[in-house]
Design a protein around this ligand. Structure first.
Ligand SMILES: [Zn+2]
Length: 269
């Protein structure tokens, strides 16, 4: 099926039974979520790739928690934008019509859930959950600061007068184990069940929508060719072309909050 514009795409979407969406940082950028990638993404003298690692955690969990506490302070202030809302409202109409919907996200900010999305697979974890390093239990946690010791801490300014956060300052599980951010760090594997769900959803859908993702971070980026190989109509929404653009069925250029409502609103009709 040749798809050349919004109306063609909406016709294909309206005829679909199963829809899978992959969302990336571009969806949250319009809400003002800090990305910590590229220039300007520094926290003091570190980049996220220095601190969001198992090695950084092993060296100084207090410093890693101070960095994440700062991120949680910032993310506590942001709200879902029109892209999150368009997806949540589409899911509600779509599933009410008895059709299948899966949202796979690379974002850790919880904004899809805040907008009302239900079927969310979080490939890279959640800034609003903590995990015990001893018993493995994952629990929701919205405490900002994460413990009283971090009150007033976390400034990104390199000139900040810093202090060291020791065991008495850190969050602990009921079992006595240290709690860490429930985030997939650089060098760590994705949860096998999460990636399994995502691959299954990409493989069985009729329409696959990749939105706000640079399509360079694997294995998430691999979902796009997988959906295409399985015969899905693959739609990409992004302000810029990506490495996946030559292989998608149709590319819509623009910010997610401007483009998605025009693609999804009112469907399935
Ligand atoms: Zn525990």
């Amino acid at each position: 099926m040749a798809i050349h514009g919004v109306e063609d795409f909406r016709r294909a979407l309206g005829a679909a039974r199963r829809v899978t969406v992959l969302s990336g940082a571009g969806v949250s950028a319009e809400s003002g979520v800090p990305t910590f990638r590229g220039a300007g993404g520094m926290w003091r003298r570190w980049s996220a790739t220095d601190l969001a690692t198992p090695a950084a955690w092993a060296r100084d969990p207090g410093l890693v928690w101070e960095f994440y506490d700062y991120r949680r302070q910032r993310m506590a202030e942001v709200r879902p934008n029109r892209a999150h809302i368009a997806l949540a409202e589409f899911e509600a109409r779509w599933t009410a019509a008895g059709r299948d919907f899966t949202l796979v996200t690379q974002n850790v900010d919880g904004l899809h859930e805040a907008a009302g999305s239900v079927a969310v697979t979080r490939l890279h974890g959640s800034i609003w959950h903590v995990r015990c390093v001893s018993c493995g239990q994952v629990t929701p946690n919205r405490d900002v600061p994460i413990t009283p010791a971090f009150a007033g801490a976390g400034s990104p300014d390199p000139a900040t007068k810093t202090r060291w956060f020791g065991p008495g300052d850190l969050p602990f599980c009921k079992c006595g184990g240290l709690l860490r951010p429930h985030i997939v760090w650089f060098g760590e594997s994705l949860d096998a069940q999460d990636i399994g769900n995502a691959v299954a959803a990409a493989s069985r859908c009729d329409v696959f929508i990749a939105v706000g993702t640079s399509a360079v971070v694997y294995p998430a980026a691999g979902l796009i060719p997988r959906a295409r190989a399985a015969g899905a109509v693959v739609c990409e929404v992004n302000p810029e072309p990506t490495p996946a653009t030559p292989d998608v069925t149709v590319h819509f250029s623009g910010p997610a909050g401007e483009v998605l409502p025009g693609l999804l609103d009112g469907l399935p009709g």
